[in-house]
Ligand binder design. Structure first.
Ligand SMILES: [Mn+2]
Length: 288
């Protein structure tokens, strides 16, 4: 069937036979992956508002709050600051809900002793932030939660350091998998002898870390961009490893947004608390 678009293209070709016709999308995608200075400023502003929302949540969370009440705290901060709203439907996942990757019904009660995973971001001027933090409902991480959290934090930092001009996203993803594998061995979630004989096409770490580490960020949260195009200065990526242990009703993910430059990676979320001590301190202050 001849669609409206095809009719339009044919008419253009007839009327302007000497013009060159190309698809616009690939050209736009190419332009969109490299952010201008102003675009980076817009992303930073969305991140700043997102960080304010996170601080508000740190003061608010305690046993008995509902996931949707946390969502309401976030949107209150965003709208109050003139943002357009959420960059995407936020994930507020307490306890085992964190193991369900796209959980966003946000209807459960946060229980004492659980973690709550927060994956959210503000959008303003059409540019998005994409943040994930995993915080303890009662303000203190347990020993096990700490161990898993710090494993994820280690992978986040190692992965961030790997992002630089020339790197191919697909190859980077494989290297991140190796680092995650080491962490899962240390946590005794994987056994060394089983890892040794694993099928390289189906590495065992995927049981606990089953999604990609990074995506482009910009006008879309999952912004356009060719995954085979080498990284270049001006690209903005998320870094978001996670460990999800269904047997323990425990899931931790951390996510920062970073800018690639000629002289290394700039963590656009360096001001957003991520260390366990910072988060526990801020949560304790909020209770006073
Ligand atoms: Mn993301």
């Amino acid at each position: 069937m001849e669609t409206r678009n095809v009719r339009f293209v044919n008419r253009c070709r007839e009327q302007f036979p000497l013009h060159r016709f190309d698809r616009l999308a690939p050209l736009m995608h190419d332009l969109r992956v490299i952010k201008s200075k102003l675009e980076v400023e817009m992303i930073k502003e969305s991140i700043r508002i997102t960080n304010d929302g996170f601080h508000r949540v740190l003061r608010f969370v305690k046993p008995g709050v509902k996931e949707y009440e946390i969502e309401a705290e976030m949107i209150h901060e965003f709208i109050q600051q003139g943002a357009q709203g959420f960059a995407f439907p936020p994930i507020i996942a307490s306890g085992k809900n964190a193991c369900c990757l796209h959980y966003n019904t946000n209807h459960m009660v946060c229980q004492d002793g659980q973690l709550v995973l927060l994956d959210f971001g503000a959008r303003q001027s059409n540019y998005n932030a994409d943040l994930t933090r995993t915080i303890p409902v009662n303000g203190r991480y347990t020993k096990r939660q700490r161990a898993v959290y710090n494993a994820v934090l280690h992978v986040t930092r190692a992965a961030t350091a790997m992002l630089k001009p020339g790197v191919i996203l697909k190859e980077y993803q494989e290297k991140v998998g190796k680092i995650m594998e080491e962490e899962l061995l240390k946590l005794r979630l994987l056994k060394a002898n089983e890892v040794k004989k694993q099928d390289p096409e189906k590495p065992l770490f995927k049981k606990y870390f089953m999604h990609g580490t990074s995506h482009h960020l910009g006008l879309d949260v999952h912004d356009v961009g060719d995954v085979w195009r080498p990284m270049a200065a001006g690209m903005v990526f998320t870094v978001e490893p996670g460990i999800y242990i269904r047997e323990e009703n425990l899931g931790v993910r951390l996510e920062n947004d970073v800018l690639i430059t000629k002289n290394g990676t700039v963590d656009l979320m360096k001001d957003v608390p991520i260390e366990i001590e910072e988060i526990e301190d801020l949560m304790a202050k909020g209770k006073k």
